[in-house]
Design a protein around this ligand. Structure first.
Ligand code: SF4
Ligand code: SF4
Length: 506
């Protein structure tokens, strides 16, 4: 007998399987839209000063890519797990299509190295800042188009109808796999039922990201494509606690590179990449180097003769890096990654030493930082959204309070996760307090960095009376929202009387 009931939600999962053709049509539509927005603006001249999002294609594409697409794809990971990857992503769809007609070779060992997603994320983030990918169309084509070409190229060589690129190399796959652990929706597998292999024996689904479906415990590697829904009467789309994957299964994570990605990439390099443009430290650092060069009679690094594909070079917009600018951007961003990542790793290592639970606890405990990391990425990316909206004449005065609310909620969420992880281990009170103190210290440093970016460096006060009132209103709205979602989930998870499901192979 099935342990996973058929529910309205699981029926929706079955629909994803049954209507794979519709999903492919959606993917083709997005591929064409993506290529249009990527290619055409790159060959147009820079927008004039008076141009706006709604009357200039370059600005429209910039707003779609960086103002909406990326921040809300990130948000979708936390809400709907990796449905973006399985249903909408043009790059994943093209990679899979290419592998269908390619050489079908097996993936070599160098390609299966666990560190690629972390390295690729860090390098892409850094390169994006070097060439101002958020501001100009040619860099967007170079980075996004280059990534898509690489995905297709890998697909043409490796994997038969699979997404080898997504599994091993995509620069955001590691980040998405971390964020999806917080999602309330996932495909749940009943392993015992799977082994029973009941009738009807459906054809084996093509799991493109090469997930071991039978042993799948969460949403981190599943692309939520629905192709295995109903398989062996053991796979169902279902809701779960947003803490479940980290608290209950976090100890099963054996990939240290995912933790490096979290500590050095998301909480290190990304903070440097989002903050350098407003940092007075960056300006002081750059000026100190420039003055030293002038005093020593070395002038060539101050020339703005850098190529656009290496450092930002748009003299017609009064926006061109000299070699010192470029050097400072690279070292500032990487410096953030090294310094913050090392401090966080050391403090979490001390926490694991206090508890005497070794590497398993270290990894498990670090995963509790995901909500704070996710909020930071969302805030950093939506800084571009806010900038573009303001450039188009909308003041959006409430944004600071929402940012504060998001930071506070994500910090509290991380602390709750950390506490629940601590409770899973046989620790005495001193060990519990010591490890939680270390964790709180890491959260405080991350919080302080975002405080500097959005308040401190702009001499804005964090708390005003109006802020407190707004926070209360937002918190009440959030509570109401959570109650409504819980009620909705309850209905969606209510077992249906008939458990017969009709599915067809993709
Ligand atoms: S892993 Fe990357 S390329 Fe693959 S579907 Fe997800 S976002 Fe797209
Ligand atoms: S396990 Fe594979 S086939 Fe099943 S929903 Fe996830 S990605 Fe799709």
């Amino acid at each position: 007998m099935s342990h996973l009931p058929v529910t309205p939600l699981s029926k929706f999962g079955d629909l994803l399987r049954r209507y794979g053709g519709v999903i492919r049509a959606i993917q083709w539509f997005i591929i064409l839209f993506y290529l249009f927005l990527l290619l055409i603006p790159a060959f147009m001249s820079l927008p004039p000063d008076k141009a706006r999002v709604l009357n200039n294609l370059t600005l429209f594409a910039q707003f779609v890519f960086w103002g909406i697409w990326w921040p809300f794809v990130l948000l979708s990971m936390v809400l709907f797990s990796r449905a973006w990857c399985g249903i909408f992503c043009p790059e994943g769809a093209l990679a899979e299509l290419a592998s269908k007609y390619g050489k079908n070779k097996g993936a070599p060992n160098w390609l299966k190295w666990n560190g690629w997603p972390a390295i690729a994320f860090i390098l892409t983030t850094l390169y994006g800042q070097m060439i101002s990918v958020y501001d100009y169309a040619k860099p967007a084509l170079l980075i996004l188009g280059g990534s898509t070409l690489a995905a297709v190229g890998i697909g043409l060589f490796y994997g038969r109808n699979k997404r080898v690129w997504c599994k091993y190399l995509c620069p955001v796959s590691g980040v998405f796999s971390l964020l999806a652990r917080l999602a309330p929706l996932h495909f749940k597998v009943d392993e015992e039922r799977w082994k029973e292999n009941p009738e009807p024996h459906l054809p084996v689904p093509n799991c493109a990201p090469l997930v071991d479906i039978r042993r799948m415990h969460g949403a981190s590697s599943c692309h939520t494509c629905g192709r295995c829904s109903g398989q062996r009467d053991a796979v169902r789309l279902a809701t779960r606690s947003v803490n479940e994957e980290i608290v209950d299964y976090g100890q099963e994570e054996h990939n240290p590179w995912l933790i490096h990605l979290l500590l050095f990439g998301i909480l290190g390099v990304a903070i440097g990449a989002f903050t350098w443009t407003v940092s007075p430290w960056f300006i002081a650092y750059k000026q100190a180097i420039a003055e030293w060069l002038v005093v020593h009679g070395v002038y060539w690094p101050l020339n703005q003769d850098t190529p656009w594909w290496l450092f930002t070079h748009y003299p017609e917009n009064n926006d061109a890096f000299n070699w010192v600018d470029g050097f400072c951007v690279v070292t500032y961003i990487l410096g953030h990654g090294v310094v913050l990542g090392s401090v966080f790793s050391l403090v979490m290592f001390i926490a694991s030493k206090i508890t005497q639970q070794g590497k398993v606890f270290y990894t498990h405990f670090c995963l509790a930082l995901i909500p704070l990391g996710a909020a930071g990425l969302f805030l950093g990316l939506t800084a571009t959204t806010v900038k573009l909206i303001r450039q188009n004449g909308f003041a959006i005065l409430w944004v600071q309070d929402v940012r504060l609310m998001l930071l506070l909620c994500s910090t509290i969420w991380s602390l709750i996760l950390a506490y629940r992880v601590v409770k899973k281990y046989p620790l005495n009170l001193i060990q519990q307090l010591g490890s939680m103190l270390c964790f709180t210290f890491v959260c405080a440093i991350v919080f302080y960095n975002w405080y500097l970016m959005f308040w401190g460096w702009g001499h804005l006060s964090l708390f005003k009376l109006s802020t407190l009132v707004n926070l209360v209103v937002y918190a009440a709205t959030l509570v109401i929202f959570i109650i409504i979602v819980k009620l909705l989930f309850k209905r969606l998870n209510k077992p249906l009387k008939s458990k017969t499901i009709k599915v067809t192979q993709l």
